[in-house]
Ligand binder design. Structure first.
Ligand code: ADP
Ligand code: MG
Ligand code: ZN
Length: 483
């Protein structure tokens, strides 16, 4: 008898907070910088150096908790998670185990195609604050490993879900929603590729209908949504394969190799007891007053969902556009600012999702990296819709604006790209084209209506592309019908 299996998935998501300074010292969190230039005795774990909590980190943690329906703890405590690794000079990581800052929240996800949507609540067990570790560089040629401590002490939130997800689609929906919510709060850029959002996938399988959880593995090193999906499929088959052979799944931490599309054992999974957690004696318990929570709540402003709802109402965008434009904070802002100048939400949305998205994909850019101003996009839309340039030229101008943020108005003027609206010149050029292409003219007159397309093309070419194809076509039709 073949058995049916179901998959159970819980996620541990780390997000790097975009505070100016580290969690327990005043060192800069800015990405990059020469190795070991953003360090001090505190983040290096020197004897006698004392950590002090960065208040912004607490604010951001509370904001994340409020945005995901968590309960905020009245008292939160930092614990030491003890382990040795060369990127961790303290020999412990300051994290939270017993009294995390937020608990018992959840977010609602939507999966499935239009018409067969399923809406589910994924519970969030807790959110805790912790510090990041340094980075190791292994120089295999020289046979040395180097350590850069710039990242040591950068604040992280760890968001732990309950094992409520059943497949890759739900996992992606959960991650995407979480990313949107946190990015909207402005507390993290949440980029998987750059490591400001890191996902560990805990996965087990069990026989369908069984209420007990199976033994799980934890998978790391997932740098894209695509990798997350592939890793889930691969691990699910691996575990089912083991069970079908009558073997047991071992509790392990595994590393996903995206090139090989396979995961490998890193270590047999350690237990929480192995870390000898204890409250950090250098950091007093933190009381969180209702007034403080209230002040964070006020500073958060419009929530992600409120923004989406407002966009839907104010701009009447179709679902797909709405989802895309609210997907990145920088894009939503660019859209709103442009619309506030030109008052053409449909056109702004079309340009952003059309030419703009095409070029962003080509360059591998995020909305954050866009360089053109809302004023310039509004200007381009205006001159195009006033009929001062045609659509081919508008796209060309958009591309120059995309890369160099030129003023479309000035650019069209300078390069002489404006449409030629001189009707007699148009007629003269069209007539000349008809004379040069008697075959097309014959074809048209003998009933092949499509033959006019060629004549339009030739006339456009003769006018250097600077005519309105619609106007050219009607001039040709007029001339042809008078033959
Ligand atoms: P640890 O403390 O070892 O990291 P936790 O109990 O905190 O383990 O769980 C970590 C993550 O693993 C959570 O997201 C949780 O939902 C998930 N998880 C726990 N048990 C299972 C299981 N049997 N199958 C799938 N996911 C699980
Ligand atoms: Mg854990
Ligand atoms: Zn420091």
């Amino acid at each position: 008898m073949t058995r049916e299996y179901e998959t159970v998935i819980g996620l541990e998501v780390h997000v790097e907070l975009s505070t100016k300074t580290k969690i327990f010292c005043g060192c800069s969190c800015e990405f990059g910088g020469s190795p070991n230039t953003r360090i001090c005795p505190v983040c290096l774990g020197m004897p006698g150096a004392l950590p002090v909590l960065n208040k912004k980190v607490l604010e951001y943690a509370i904001a994340a908790g409020l945005a995901t329906d968590c309960t905020i703890s009245p008292v939160t405590v930092f614990d030491r998670k003890n382990y040795f690794y060369p990127d961790n000079p303290q020999n412990y990581q300051i994290s939270q185990l017993y009294l995390p800052v937020c608990r018992d929240g959840g977010i609602t996800i939507e999966t499935g195609e239009e018409g067969a949507k399923s809406i589910r609540r994924i519970r969030i067990r807790e959110i805790h604050m912790e510090e990041d570790a340094g980075k190791l560089f292994h120089d295999r040629k020289e046979g040395f490993s180097h350590i850069d401590h710039n990242r040591a002490g950068v604040p992280l939130l760890e968001i732990v879900s309950e094992p409520d997800m059943k497949n890759a689609e739900e996992v992606i929906a959960y991650l995407d929603r979480l990313r949107r919510i946190l990015q909207h709060l402005g507390i993290s850029d949440c980029k998987l590729q750059e490591g400001s959002l890191r996902v560990d996938v805990n996965l087990s399988v069990r026989e369908a209908g069984d209420s007990r959880l199976g033994v799980r593995t934890e998978m790391k090193n997932l740098n894209s949504f695509r990798a997350v999906s592939a890793a889930i499929e691969s691990e699910r088959s691996r575990q089912i394969g083991l069970l079908q052979k009558g073997e047991a799944v071992e509790q392990q931490t595994r590393r996903w190799d995206d090139a090989k599309k396979e995961s490998f054992v890193m270590r047999s999974k350690e237990d929480v007891r192995d870390y000898r957690y204890f409250p950090d004696p250098d950091l007093p318990p933190v009381s969180i007053s209702p007034e403080f929570i209230e002040s964070v709540c006020v500073s958060m402003g419009e929530s992600y969902d409120e923004m989406v709802e407002r966009f839907a109402k104010e701009y009447r965008l179709p679902q797909k556009e709405l989802s895309y434009l609210t997907g990145e904070k920088a894009l939503a802002r660019l859209f709103e600012e442009t619309v506030s100048i030109c008052h053409k939400s449909g056109s702004v949305s079309n340009w952003l999702m059309g030419e703009n998205l095409r070029l962003m994909r080509k360059e591998g850019m995020d909305a954050e990296d866009l360089r053109f101003s809302p004023e310039h996009l509004a200007q381009l839309i205006d001159i195009f819709e006033e009929g001062r340039i045609n659509s081919t030229i508008a796209k060309e101008v958009f591309e120059v604006m995309f890369y160099e943020d030129i003023s479309p108005e000035a650019y069209v003027e300078e390069k002489g790209l404006g449409l030629i609206s001189d009707l007699s010149l148009l007629e003269e050029t069209a007539a000349a084209c008809m004379k040069d292409n008697p075959k097309s003219v014959q074809d048209y007159l003998s009933g092949k209506a499509k033959a006019i397309g060629f004549l339009v093309g030739q006339t456009m070419k003769a006018m250097g592309g600077k005519a309105d194809p619609g106007a050219v076509k009607s001039v040709l039709e007029k001339l042809l019908s008078s033959l």
